[in-house]
Design a protein around this ligand. Structure first.
Ligand code: NOJ
Ligand code: CA
Length: 657
């Protein structure tokens, strides 16, 4: 018996020793996640497991350039293996302190004289890898294919949008793998075992966006090309973004993951005190409802007079920003833009001074209409200086339509354009909120003036699209688009249908209850949150508007309380500037009741909870405004019962006593 076990241990040792020639393993500090890298017949592949359960089955690694093939190798060696356990403070965010605890492994793969490094990191919330091509004897690097695969080891449900090279403004599908053709990242799956994964990328700089193509087993990386078909062009060296696989035991784990931020470089801006998370209103919804126009004329929205009226309302209600769209020349044709010249009925200096006098700032606007190369780029420097000189603290950029030089929104050229705009904005102490953006990949850590971006089928679709966003839309977004970073969804619609403004039978509407609009300020994370609707609509429900007036936009800590993708989501967040907590809970078409344990509150403290919830008769479709507000003293030892109507939600403010 003893001899037998000795022999089997010896065998095992020989086997693993043997394997270790061709296999490298890296585990997360808590050992839950493991990435195994295999080197067989010159080819590199990897798998990912969590708690011993395979999530990613053998998947290829490698790069193919016009100049050199880095997909088959003669030699693989370890360069370094390190451990990191540190933490860092965010300038703004969902959490003040972020732990960066991971194991790191770098490998060098050689193909003749040519080399590529592949770096791996294993965190407790997932694994990531990237390629680095150091300088070597090559005249240029034209990447034609990144071979990265993400093959799926298990069956499950996926939430995904089609990989449009120009847009993310799509409704999410929920299907099995077989029904997916191509997909944007983040794409999220819930496996049969209950494990969740989301595939995305971090630190997308000077590279093309990764989309995914179904290969039958899972996905192949499919980079968004240049017009000539090349994926990424570089002169001497190349660094891919991190390929990120977030893993979790439940949907909430994905939300609480910090990997995307941890995989980005620390803040590069010397001074950051001018960067300000804020709530804002806008001369905006009017244009989407067709009650005003962007261009000048009888119904022009951006007039000096209307801007001052909006500032009066917004400042009286504690808002810091007023977005003004349609003040500069170009809107008649969406071309021949002039980013510094106003229509004659708008005095930008006067309006910004009035904003300042009322403790506010204009949020500027650069709609390019896709005229990026030939109209925006030549004016960009001057346009950001113009806003910077006026003390305008943030600019919303926009990229509606095809790009004028034939590039895709998500290709390398545009990735570099968004970066140029961001750095230019920073130079002028201006923050950026990009619409029709490149997806977020955590760059807000490095450039904290990148406050937020759209890249989602946002509230605007509820003003004019057919179909508008269905009730489950916002129960999917946090687990897909939201994992990438802050989302400028623009919540706060207080008028759900538009009989006053539109023809009978108009198909668009807001498909939520009023209480759910409040909850979105907590469930959708963004350091700039708009109150999108018109003052006269807020005046119809002033008691509900109170929540929007007090909800913070910068958090010390965020904790998921319950979550099921596409069904419901409840999260509590602690204000960074006070001891108050805020809770948002939302549901899809199904009404629900939750018992919420309040153990996230500070022990020993009493809080006045103000609960904004759906009324008994509320329903998104036929009774969206029915609501109930009540107040209750609570402590961490208690729990609270909340009711969510069909398409409904609940928002709670916990004021520390
Ligand atoms: C699309 C943006 O998403 C929207 O917010 C903006 O009002 C229009 N473009 C016009 O720039
Ligand atoms: Ca848009």
């Amino acid at each position: 018996m003893k001899l037998l076990s000795f022999v089997s241990i010896l065998l095992l040792l020989i086997l693993s020793a043997c394997q270790s020639n061709n296999r490298y393993s890296l585990s997360s500090p808590d050992t839950s996640n493991q990435v195994d890298i295999f080197f067989n017949n010159g080819k590199l592949s990897y798998t990912v497991s969590k708690d011993g359960e395979q999530l990613i089955s053998p998947s290829r690694l490698g790069l193919i350039f016009e100049e050199v093939d880095l997909s088959t190798f003669d030699k693989l060696s370890v360069i370094s293996e390190t451990y990191n356990n540190s933490s860092w403070e965010t300038i703004w965010g969902e959490n003040k302190i972020i732990k960066d605890n991971h194991h790191f492994l770098s490998l060098e793969a050689k193909s003749g004289k040519h080399i590529v490094e592949i770096h791996f990191k294993a965190f407790n919330d997932g694994v990531a890898y990237r390629y680095i091509v150091p300088e070597q004897k090559l005249d240029s690097l034209h990447l034609t294919q990144e071979l990265s695969q993400f093959n799926m080891a298990q069956k499950g449900d996926y939430w995904w949008i089609h990989a449009d090279y120009d847009s993310y403004e799509l409704l999410y599908n929920q299907t099995k793998l077989a029904k997916i053709d191509t997909a944007h990242t983040p794409i999220t799956a819930k496996f049969k075992s209950g494990k969740h994964i989301s595939i995305h990328e971090a630190a997308l700089v000077d590279y093309a966006s990764m989309t995914l193509k179904n290969n039958g087993e899972g996905f192949d990386c499919d980079l968004v090309p240049w017009p000539d078909g090349i994926k990424v062009k570089s002169e001497k060296t190349l660094k891919s973004p991190w390929r990120v696989i977030i893993t979790g035991n439940n949907a909430g784990d994905l939300i609480e993951s910090d990997m995307v931020l941890n995989l980005n470089e620390p803040n590069k801006l010397e001074q950051t005190d001018w960067i300000e998370p804020m709530r804002y209103m806008g001369i905006w919804w009017d244009m989407h409802l067709n009650t005003k126009t962007w261009h000048a004329g009888a119904n022009h929205g951006a007039t000096t007079e209307y801007a001052m009226e909006m500032i009066d309302f917004a400042s009286a209600n504690g808002f810091r920003g007023l977005l003004i769209e349609g003040w500069n020349l170009g809107w008649e044709t969406w071309s021949n833009w002039n980013f510094t010249k106003a229509y004659p009925d708008f005095d930008i200096e006067k309006v910004q001074q009035y904003a300042k006098d009322n403790n506010m700032t204009i949020i500027g606007h650069h709609e390019t209409g896709g005229k990026v190369a030939y109209e925006y780029e030549p004016q960009m420097k001057e346009a950001f200086e113009f806003y910077g000189d006026l003390g305008i603290k943030a600019v919303k950029t926009g990229y509606v339509g095809k790009i004028d030089n034939g590039q895709y929104h998500h290709g390398q050229w545009m990735v570099n354009h968004y970066q140029r705009a961001l750095e230019l904005a920073a130079k002028n102490k201006v923050a950026v909120v990009a619409h029709e953006p490149i997806k977020a990949t955590g760059l807000r850590r490095t450039y904290p003036n990148f406050l937020s971006r759209e890249g989602v089928r946002g509230q605007e679709y509820n003003a004019w699209a057919n179909p508008s966003n269905p009730p489950n839309h916002t129960t999917i977004i946090p687990f897909t688009r939201g994992l990438a970073g802050p989302t400028d969804f623009t919540p706060g619609a207080f008028q759900m249908t538009y009989e006053e403004y539109r023809e009978p039978g108009f198909p668009s509407r807001v498909s939520t209850t009023l209480a759910k609009q409040l909850a979105l300020y907590v469930t959708i994370y963004s350091p700039v949150q708009m109150a999108c609707d018109l003052p006269k609509h807020y005046k119809r429900h002033p008691e509900m508007f109170e929540f929007i007036k007090s909800v913070p936009v910068d958090w010390e800590y965020s904790k998921v309380l319950n979550a099921e993708i596409g069904e419901y989501f409840t999260i509590a967040r602690k204000d960074r500037k006070s001891s108050n907590w805020y809770l948002g809970s939302i549901t899809n078409e199904e009404g629900r009741e939750f018992e919420i344990t309040l153990d996230f509150l500070e022990e020993g403290k009493t809080y006045q909870a103000i609960i904004y919830q759906d009324g008994k008769e509320a329903h998104w479709e036929n009774n969206p405004y029915d609501h109930k507000i009540y107040q209750k003293a609570v402590s961490a030892k208690e729990s609270i019962q909340i009711q969510l109507a069909s398409g409904g939600g609940c928002a709670i403010e916990f004021i520390a006593e």
